[in-house]
Write a protein that binds this ligand. Structure first.
Ligand SMILES: [Zn+2]
Length: 288
């Protein structure tokens, strides 16, 4: 990803850090009381939990033949970029739930460690293990908020898609997501105005949900509009390659990128394409 740099590879997936994340850590290091070593240790553990969450999504996605381009850390968390996810409620639901599931498993491991080793190990171990459990529970629960395109919102779209077409399911999930975003925005402003710790990133999360949800809805609308031209794009698993919008070299259009418009058999739109377009947009040719 542009403006990010690679820090390693996990399961063949490049792990990257966006420059804004580095700036955020440096600013927090200057503001947070206590030693920088403790702070960096805490950041390292939190990053590992987020990375495992993203690897959960990525490895399940791979099982369904989805290509994982990279995982990038940025100020609002981690993000696994993937090629087109098929319009299948089963695939989307399983990929989305895998991330929070990893955090709940990690939290359970922390609880078991506390029970087994807590009594002998003493205060410091207890404190770190409790923080580990708390963070993982927090990550798992927060990501399940039904605010599309967060994991909970994707699970909700998968649920809606059982009884509606993909576009309608996306519209419904984005509407619920924006309702959640509105409530989160109001709550974060109230928190900051009531003298809560000035976490200036807090209102950015609902803004991101609002913008990213709308962007993804636009991509789905474009893809479905394209279906009017006889080339269903990245639609159903199991379809022949030639009908899924994959590129001739086998690579798929990247997640979040609008598809290329069909140009009919040869170069330019066919008469049938133009007739279809005209139904939506009015006359597009000069009169004969
Ligand atoms: Zn996730």
């Amino acid at each position: 990803m542009f403006n990010s740099f690679k820090i390693g590879t996990a399961f063949g997936i490049p792990i990257r850090i966006h420059w804004t994340f580095v700036v955020m850590i440096l600013v927090l290091m200057m503001r947070v009381p206590g030693s920088n070593t403790d702070f960096l240790l805490a950041v390292g553990v939190l990053l590992t939990c987020v990375l495992l969450h993203e690897l959960g999504h990525s490895l399940v996605a791979r099982r369904f033949g989805i290509r994982v381009i990279d995982i990038t850390f940025w100020p609002l968390g981690g993000m696994a970029r993937m090629s087109q996810i098929p319009e299948s409620s089963k695939v989307e639901g399983l990929v989305a739930i895998a991330g929070p599931a990893v955090n709940f498993v990690l939290a359970a491991v922390g609880v078991v460690a506390l029970i087994l080793f807590g009594p002998q190990a003493g205060g410091t171990f207890d404190r770190y293990a409790q923080t580990f459990v708390f963070w993982n529970l927090g990550l798992g629960i927060f990501n399940l908020v039904p605010a599309f395109p967060m994991d909970g919102g994707r699970i909700l779209r998968a649920f809606f898609a059982r009884n509606h077409d993909w576009l309608r399911a996306t519209e419904m999930a984005v509407s619920v997501g924006r309702l959640c975003a509105g409530m989160m925005f109001a709550a974060s402003l109230a928190w900051m105005m009531s003298g809560g710790e000035g976490i200036c990133l807090l209102p950015l999360i609902p803004l991101f949900i609002w913008v990213a949800g709308g962007r993804e809805l636009l991509v789905v609308r474009l893809r479905h509009a394209q279906m009017h031209f006889g080339q269903p794009f990245g639609s159903h698993p199991g379809q022949p390659e030639s009908q899924t919008g994959r590129q001739p070299n086998g690579s798929q259009p990247e997640f979040g990128q609008p598809p290329e418009v069909s140009h009919g058999q040869g170069s330019g739109f066919s008469d049938a394409d133009i007739r279809t377009l005209e139904q939506f947009r009015g006359r597009m040719r000069p009169p004969d």
